[in-house]
Design a protein around this ligand. Structure first.
Ligand SMILES: *[C@@H]1O[C@H](CO)[C@@H](O)[C@H](O)[C@H]1NC(C)=O
Ligand SMILES: *[C@@H]1O[C@H](CO)[C@@H](O)[C@H](O)[C@H]1NC(C)=O
Ligand SMILES: *[C@@H]1O[C@H](CO)[C@@H](O)[C@H](O)[C@H]1NC(C)=O
Length: 342
């Protein structure tokens, strides 16, 4: 039986939607994608210089804009957030541009990002500051978000009747943070966070944004590694997190990853590697799971131990954080402020 016209048009719309979604390059992150269950990688020889170095990585500039003006991060707190959790995240973002933290510092980590330039030779901005915030306490779009409904959450925040977030397509970054009881499409299986830009047809503006989720209840062994570890690896122990909150301490590195990529590739047409622009490999993707000297494969590299037994690799204002390294295109490997050989 031939489908009726209404079925056919529904089918057609579904097909177009599927094509649109499939063609949407979403740039994603997992802390350690390289490790297979029972991998012999666990026995990685840490004396080898690794840190992602590879002659096969061709990170190129594709002529699009990068964020060279003072970067302002507007945060949307979706769901239930404790004051203490917000504080850790705000202090991390404020640490990016501070000059007062003891080395190895978060601002030292940002220095690798600042090496990237646009067509005119202007560097990524030194300044990353907190902008306005919006609370979406009552889950305006439910407890299960898709990539498209995330844009609707951002639209609600910038068009709210009371205290809307300012729209700043040039230097604004929109950071949507979901609480530990919110599921987002592909969360845990493939991604812990991603970044892209909003569509004018949905939001009214083209705004670079990122989503990062609190994985504490859903999959901490995947997205808050190494402060939680997957159960399928026998003998692997979780490390103590620096701020006493496994979910949020795990989010910090994902937030850092996304901010670094948003700064260097905000419209997904600037700095990335790979032949296929719908699957760009960006400056933080190249260094997933690498936190110190010798890192690579499944080895995190050399990190630091705090007096209370917590593991970290850089200092911020008042707090310590564990943050993955980013790709340095001058030396063609991942670099970070706690490198032992600099
Ligand atoms: C991994 O090792 C454990 C115990 O050593 C075993 O029970 C499990 O089946 C192994 N998993 C795979 C995928 O080989
Ligand atoms: C700006 O970029 C150039 C070229 O990449 C680099 O040599 C320089 O050190 C960068 N400046 C800062 C302040 O990072
Ligand atoms: C950018 O930030 C710096 C502080 O890092 C400040 O001195 C400067 O006035 C800011 N520029 C603009 C245009 O807001």
């Amino acid at each position: 039986m031939a489908p009726s016209t209404s079925h056919a048009s529904v089918l057609l719309i579904a097909t177009i939607l599927a094509l649109l979604l499939a063609a949407t390059p979403i740039t994603c992150w997992r802390p350690w994608p390289h490790l297979k269950p029972n991998s012999s990688d666990l026995l990685y020889d840490s004396s080898k210089k690794f840190e992602g170095s590879s002659e096969f990585v061709h990170l190129r500039y594709h002529m699009g804009p990068v964020l060279t003006g003072n970067i302002t991060v507007h945060t949307i707190w979706y769901g239930r957030w404790e004051k203490s959790q917000k504080k850790i995240i705000r202090e991390f973002i404020n640490s990016i541009s501070t000059v007062n933290a003891r080395p190895p510092s978060v601002s030292g980590w940002w220095r690798t990002v600042q090496l990237y330039t646009d067509q005119t030779g202007a560097n990524i901005s030194h300044t990353v500051q907190l902008g306005q915030e919006k609370n979406d306490r009552f889950y305006s779009h439910g407890k299960s978000l898709t990539r498209l409904s995330i844009q609707s959450v951002i639209k609600s925040a910038v068009t709210a009747k009371s205290k809307p977030l300012p729209t700043n397509p040039k230097n604004g970054l929109y950071l949507l943070l979901t609480s530990d009881d919110v599921y987002v499409q592909d969360f845990c299986g493939q991604v812990c966070g991603f970044h892209y830009f909003t569509f004018p047809s949905i939001v009214g503006y083209t705004l670079p944004y990122a989503w990062v989720g609190n994985s504490e209840k859903l999959c901490p062994g995947v997205c808050a590694y190494p402060f939680s570890v997957p159960k399928y690896i026998p003998g692997l122990k979780a490390l103590k997190s620096p701020n006493g909150d496994v979910g949020v301490d795990g989010m910090i590195s994902v937030i850092a990853h996304e901010i670094a990529e948003l700064a260097t590739n905000p419209l997904v047409n600037a700095w990335y590697a790979g032949q296929d622009p719908s699957f760009p490999v960006e400056i933080a993707d190249l260094c997933e799971g690498i936190y110190g000297t010798g890192g690579g494969g499944s080895y995190t590299g050399q990190m630091l131990l705090d007096h209370d037994g917590a593991t970290y690799n850089m200092n911020g204002i008042r707090r310590k954080f564990l943050v993955q390294w980013v790709w340095n295109h001058f030396v063609s490997y991942c670099t970070g402020p706690n490198a032992l050989d600099q």
